[in-house]
Ligand binder design. Sequence first.
Ligand code: FES
Length: 142
Amino acid sequence: MKKNRRDFLKTACRNVVFASFGISIIEACSAEDEDSIINNEKGSSSNEPLVLNLNEGDLTALKTVGGWLNYTSKNILLLRISANEVRVFDNKCPHQGNRDRWSYDGSSFECGYHNNSYSNSCNGALTCYTAKLKGDTLTITF
Ligand code: FES
């Protein structure tokens, strides 16, 4: 019992010391954490392009016209449109924001949560990113 009380006092005192340094330290930590989350969503800084090699892993699906991929770790939907073009969309469904139940029928993406369909056009409801294809290297700018 005494040990638990001692541990509690140590922890409580540590928090009091942190609190006495002021809120600016806490805000600085929060801002850093927020940046980390944003960076992790796209795999790089939000201002830096994401460069993908279409010869690697599941990305090989994009080597064929009509091939597509929900690249969930980067939160993007990718679609090979032609020999020279891959379109890249945010995989966040415009309806309720789900990201993980996409299918593609050759002209539109369907979200499996409520079966809404979205055009494969960059003028549709899905957020489209700039993507440049050079050989098998795809560079995406967010
Ligand atoms: S969340 Fe995608 S259709 Fe509802």
